[in-house]
Design a protein around this ligand. Sequence first.
Ligand code: ATP
Ligand code: MG
Length: 376
Amino acid sequence: MNAPFIFGKITGGKDFTDRENEIRHLQQNFLAGTNTILISPRRWGKSSLVKKAGDELEKANGEIKVVHIDMFNIRSEEGFYQALSEKTIKAVSGKLEDLIANSKKFLKQWLPKITFSPDAQNEISFGLNWTEVKKQPDEILNLPNEIAKDKGYQLIICIDEFQNLAFFDDPLAFQKRLRSHWQKHQKATYCLYGSKRHMLMEVFASPSMPFYKFGDMMFLEKIPGEYWKDFIQKRFRATGKKISKKQAGHIAFLVENHPHYVQQLAQLCWFRTDKVLEDGIIEEALDSLVLQLGLLFQGLTESLSTTQVNFLKALLDGVKMFSSKKTIEKYKLGTSANIPRIKNAMIKKEIIDDSAGKIEILDPIYSIWLRGFYFI
Ligand SMILES: Nc1ncnc2c1ncn2[C@@H]1O[C@H](COP(=O)(O)OP(=O)(O)OP(=O)(O)O)[C@@H](O)[C@H]1O
Ligand SMILES: [Mg+2]
């Protein structure tokens, strides 16, 4: 029997819970042509949410076409133009003949030579000289809007891991280029999302930046425990196993409602259950999860400076005033001028987050590991 929990990939259908408000919000933006910027720490469910909101809308409304571009492995402007053109044309082309016709029609300046990858049937690629494209990217940047106008669609372009534009040669010039084209698009709407909150805030919330006030900013929250209780119980039940509401709530609580870890821990409990989950199993499953990730956390911690590690210790001890003389001395944090530097370095590494002055370790299992195995 397959385990009824999913983690490490995009979830939907029976594996998806909550997010009704966020789905509605996103869909309203898509329909109204409002650009959206969606931000949350890693593994909280951005990709799953955008996929679900887009799929539903596409199904309900024949005029909407959603294009999904993932920038996780895109490291250059050329790579971005390639993905944008290929995914956009693919999204509006049903049959192979459409695809060829659309490519010729909308990329006429470039005469693409289309090839298909044999392993993934649906993947196409245009044999373009992307260095040339980069010199004159207007046609490609306007492609979504031109196609939408021509075919009577409203195109929603969803771009995941948008923070990766920081790897491009000249990120600022690139942002200027995008913005100057995209702000004129009436029939294409953009949903840009990713996890590096501070970096994305610089891009979208600094008045001096091209993308300032580009769209509606959404900060995704974790999924509340109430939803997890029902969800976990239902998933156990669907496979003929039993778990109480209280136990299900405890699973979510132990991993601070972190979506990926709730599913992972629930799965470990499910594996250890024959028919009815016994109480002690949850802690045992958590221990095994912490152990399983221990090597990773060891490596991560070794990559930190001594003051950074000391800062984490202070954080776990509940310290709030990091710049106080007492804290600095007790935890050997150097000088008070050092504190923002320590903090920012770890925010950059996505180890901690500082949201409205509240500093937190983002990975709940890392906190448990630090407490139970490192700072003992
Ligand atoms: N609505 C949901 N219902 C149930 N589980 C969810 C939900 N959203 C996310 N998850 C769980 O969290 C995991 C991560 O989700 P997803 O990949 O969508 O997050 P993400 O924010 O895009 O992550 P990353 O920053 O790594 O790209 C999923 O594999 C699933 O286990
Ligand atoms: Mg994602």
